[in-house]
Design a protein around this ligand. Structure first.
Ligand code: NAD
Length: 478
């Protein structure tokens, strides 16, 4: 059993209580005992960042970019080690962790390269003896608060643009997955990031999270997490005297529509990958399958056939398609949703059980689910897929939009007209056609609509730097 105590002792050493970081595939595998931070630790982290922000912001952007690119390279050279840690800590399969780590390295390199052109624009003036130009400047101290389900790539897509823009950062990862974050900090330190520019605080959201968000020195908060926590953070920010920017990326309840003329083998494949890949613990997971009546029988047959070969097990085991859920709380929550599916009249057509000792839940499919049932309306965040039949395409689109969330929405169809109606009508920040609802590319903007996000600034893509910077406009007369 792998111990990560040394890593924990170096990076996760708050002055509060401690807890065991446990491998969800094996309750006997305690990876490390980590020490949590207190409110005082959190305040000290903000102060450390404040004291370094002018220095880091004053370093020429290409030199900041060079450090980030180097960090990406260092993570790449330790990719296997980082992937294994991620699998032990979060539970996803090793191939899934490798993909996340590859994305993480690419994010540091991408934003490192973009830092080379982090500057303003020159504009013409109506006065012949005046030049107008803009200069991009960092905000100062920013807070980055992240969930456990992508413990490497979500921090990376916030930290890299925040640092590239020249901010000092207070980083609060989820308490369930602090070691993956620690390993990334180690690479950034080795790459030459000056001490105090990036400060990790591991502790309970209600304690250290609130303290960081409410601190007057924090000029911007980027949080990815549940809609409930996002709404709370929004209220804390609104009550501050200082104007603080906010970027919130929150929960999802994503639907995949299967059209009457769809390629059903493709549809079944996309549904299985979208619903059960990453153990369903993705904000872009397919949790609702909305199928046109004509295609329903054929789709269910293929779906169940496909699931026969779908294997759940420890993420480090070769050939496993789906790892355990992250921790006992999430495990109980998933099983509770499965019970609600049964008691509210859903028809269980696959799975529904748990397979101890690890926190494994079978890939679960419910048929005959309709609006008003909890598993249709609420985010489960586990391997549970609900199936709903629609008589017409318009009804299918209405079902897609009938929930409060708006992260991703997908359609499997060969009908050009309906595909275009779907692109226009789906209330989602990301629309996928003949592709799984999961899976994003780092160069493209990402952000949810409705309760899935604050709708302020998008993440990823070149535009991510906009959130972490502002602009001065200079009128230079001569
Ligand atoms: P969570 O909301 O419980 O926690 C997210 C982060 O916020 C954690 O670091 C947590 O400690 C912190 N936090 C909690 N209370 C806080 C407070 N009062 N002040 C400041 N910070 C606080 O979410 P989770 O369980 O870690 O992650 C799962 C959720 O994240 C799901 O709802 C999922 O859909 C969402 N998610 C969204 C995206 C996206 O891009 N929209 C991506 C991944 C996950």
């Amino acid at each position: 059993m792998r111990s990560y105590q040394e890593l924990a002792d170096r990076w996760v050493r708050g002055s509060g209580g401690s807890l065991n970081d446990v491998d969800p595939a094996d309750p006997d595998h305690v990876m490390a005992r980590v020490r949590l931070s207190t409110k005082e630790d959190a305040r000290a982290a903000v102060e450390a960042a404040r004291s370094k922000s002018a220095g880091w912001g004053g370093i020429p952007p290409p030199r900041r970019g060079g450090i980030l690119m180097k960090a990406g390279e260092l993570m790449e050279s330790a990719a296997e080690e980082l992937s294994e840690l991620l699998t032990y800590e979060e539970g996803k399969t090793l191939p899934e962790s490798r993909a996340e780590v590859a994305r993480t390295c690419a994010l540091f390199k991408f934003y490192g390269a973009i830092a080379y052109k982090f500057g303003g624009v020159a504009l013409p003036s109506s006065d012949p003896n005046t030049r107008i130009f803009t200069a991009k400047v960092p905000l100062g101290v920013v807070a980055v608060i992240t969930p456990w389900n992508f413990p490497a790539s979500i921090p990376a897509w916030k930290l890299a643009p925040a640092l590239a823009a020249g901010n000092a950062v207070v980083f609060k990862p989820a308490t369930k997955t602090p070691l993956t974050g620690a390993k990334m900090l180690e690479a950034l330190e080795k790459a030459g990031l000056p001490p105090g520019v990036l400060n990790m605080v591991v502790g309970r959201g209600g304690e250290v999270g609130d303290t960081i968000v409410a601190h007057e020195a924090v000029r911007a908060v980027s949080l990815t997490g549940s809609t409930a926590v996002g709404a709370h953070v929004g209220k804390v920010l609104a009550s501050k005297d200082e104007m603080t920017r906010m970027q919130l990326e929150l929960g999802g309840k994503n639907a995949l529509v299967v059209d009457s003329d769809a390629d059903l083998a493709l549809a079944a494949d996309l549904a299985v990958r979208g619903a059960f890949g990453l153990t369903g613990q993705s904000c872009t997971a397919t949790s609702r399958l909305i199928v046109l009546e004509k295609a329903a029988g054929g789709l269910k047959e293929r779906l169940l056939e496909r699931l026969k070969a779908w294997k759940a097990g420890p993420g480090t085991q070769p050939g496993v398609n789906m790892g355990p859920v992250v921790d006992p709380d999430q495990y109980r929550k998933d099983l509770d949703y499965i019970e609600s599916g049964k008691s509210e009249g859903g028809k269980l057509i696959h799975g529904g059980g748990a397979t101890p000792p690890g926190l494994l839940i079978e890939p679960t499919v419910f048929d005959a689910i309709s609006p008003g049932m909890r598993i249709f309306d609420e985010e489960v965040f586990g391997p549970v897929l609900s199936l709903t039949e629609a008589a017409t395409f318009d009804e299918a689109l209405e079902l897609v939009n009938s929930v409060g969330y708006g992260h991703t929405a997908g359609i499997v169809s060969n009908d050009n007209r309906r595909i275009n109606q779907f692109i226009d009508g789906a209330q989602a920040g990301v629309v996928k056609v003949n592709k799984p609802t999961v899976g994003l590319e780092l160069q493209a903007p990402f952000g949810g609509l409705k309760k899935s996000g604050a709708g302020t600034w998008k993440e990823m893509g070149e535009g991510a730097l906009e959130f972490y910077s502002t602009e001065k406009t200079v009128y230079l007369g001569y």
